[in-house]
Write a protein that binds this ligand. Structure first.
Ligand code: AMP
Ligand code: GLY
Length: 443
């Protein structure tokens, strides 16, 4: 196949910080001919690719297919979960055109948490025990019958907000009603999961799979809450670091053996051809690692520190996944840890303020081993860079130690200004906070 040799044209779908980091990595690839992008509104992405001149959305996917034919796209890379859940990968794949990212059936692992639980149970993958409901009274009765307040989850896609870790049974029952009756997360709340609350440290372990073999990436940790000390509302992620200090080699191989491999095998048994990223959100419980959720794409912001550490050609990895030759691809990581601090708008996550002028990115990027990725930014009528969303920028730095990476990332953040800027000041502080770090997993 032509796409296994030589240069290819690539289409990148998505417009956040994750996709800017992917675009940078793709732009460095020796395999790239032309990079086309669906989100040139993101000024970082716009500087790296050619804007796609047709709308790319679920209702008119034939136009994206025609575009791919016309521009001889050899590889489509799908960043976010929504297009994966909507079946973009199925529609865009064609002879001579590969797609990195699972089809609609595989994407259900993230888009339908109830189905995901079934897969996990059948594959005997450790996860929180619980039940799913389509009937509100049955769900409330079950929640009330449990000895501890349970965790309540909308089964569908809810932009990372559909999980309520209740501190009382009454709060759990209230959450069930808000999800199922008030539909605060829309149709994502047609079904709910009511499950056991797990405790332990959280870690994100991402793997790339070609449907048979898997390549486990170095473990990451993200910080989902808005405020220092893991307080405040859940967000898309306020920062991340890689590798996580929470995991040692033995736990990593256990995660691979007991969680990732059985999941990929279960998908294969179900006839699902899964090629892309399998992201396990895990809790390291006293009884061992357990799955909180699966995502079917790179994490945002986990992707940013991962890409900062990836020394190999990301396109080779993606092509390996797409052509079932992942086991032939060598992967090399920068041994230095990477930290990523997210700068968010005033009002995030409820009502992010738009239009605040951003300065200082050049000064931040002039620092050694610092990268700044755009997410919620835009150019205004006068060409000024302004805020245009909740998570505005991801500031990533490498350092000899995690502490140095964090220090450097914060020094870079100090050069960037916009009105109302929010950031957590304790990214990477698992170590500083005195949690006993396990021997760090070496990528
Ligand atoms: P999820 O979107 O499923 O990753 O859930 C969001 C967050 O809710 C996770 O990062 C955890 O902090 C928390 N969470 C989810 N499920 C559980 C659980 N069963 N027990 C405790 N915390 C949970
Ligand atoms: N960082 C969490 C996520 O991407 O879902």
């Amino acid at each position: 196949m032509s796409e296994t040799r030589g240069r290819i044209n690539i289409l990148l779908i998505g417009g956040g910080g994750r996709e800017h980091a992917l675009a940078c990595a793709i732009a460095r690839s020796a395999r790239l001919d032309k990079l086309y992008v669906t989100h040139p509104q993101n000024p970082g992405i716009a500087g790296l690719g050619i804007a796609v001149d047709v709308p790319v959305h679920a209702k008119e996917l034939y136009r994206a297919v025609q575009f791919c034919e016309h521009k001889q796209i050899g590889l489509v890379v799908i960043g976010p979960e929504d297009p994966l859940a909507e079946g973009f990968a199925d529609a865009l794949a064609a002879p001579g055109r590969l797609v990195f990212g699972p089809g609609k059936a595989g994407a259900m692992l993230e888009a339908d948490k109830a189905w995901c639980k079934t897969v996990l149970r059948e594959a005997m993958v450790p996860t929180a025990e619980g039940r799913e409901f389509t009937d509100v009274d049955a769900a409330v009765n079950y929640a009330a019958s449990r000895s501890e307040p349970p965790v309540v989850k909308a089964a569908g896609l809810a932009k990372g907000k559909g999980v309520i870790v209740a501190s009382s049974t009454a709060e759990a029952c209230d959450a069930i009603r808000r999800i199922m009756v008030d539909r605060v997360f829309g149709d994502a709340g047609r079904k709910v999961l009511v499950e056991e609350r797990l405790s332990g440290r959280e870690v994100s372990v991402l793997a790339i799979t070609d449907g048979r073999s898997i390549l486990v990436l170095p473990p990451c940790q993200d910080h989902k809450r808005l405020l220092d000390g893991d307080r405040g509302p859940n967000t898309g992620g306020m920062g991340a670091f890689c590798p996580s200090d929470a995991i040692d080699e033995a736990t990593m191989s256990r995660i691979e053996r007991e969680i990732l491999v059985p999941t990929v095998d279960a998908l294969k048994r179900d006839g699902i051809d899964y090629r892309g990223v399998l992201y396990a959100g895990l809790m390291l419980t006293p009884a061992g690692p357990k799955v909180l959720e699966y995502n079917v794409r790179f994490g945002d912001p986990e992707c940013q520190p991962l890409m900062a550490r990836l020394k190999s050609d990301v396109v080779e990895l993606m092509l390996g996944a797409c052509t079932r030759t992942l086991d032939e691809v060598d992967v090399e990581w920068d041994p230095r840890p990477a930290a990523c601090v997210v700068l968010a708008s005033a009002g995030y996550p409820e009502e992010p303020r738009r239009g605040a002028e951003i300065t200082g990115i050049e000064a931040a990027e002039a620092m050694q081993d610092v990268r700044v990725y755009h997410a919620g930014t835009a150019r205004d009528g006068q060409g000024r860079l302004v805020t245009a969303g909740g998570r505005v920028l991801s500031v990533v730095a490498l350092g000899e130690t995690l502490a140095e990476a964090c220090e450097r990332a914060y020094a870079a953040c100090g050069k960037i200004r916009f009105e109302g800027m929010q950031m957590r000041r304790d990214i990477g502080s698992a170590v500083a906070a005195g949690r006993t770090p396990a021997a760090v997993h070496r990528a």
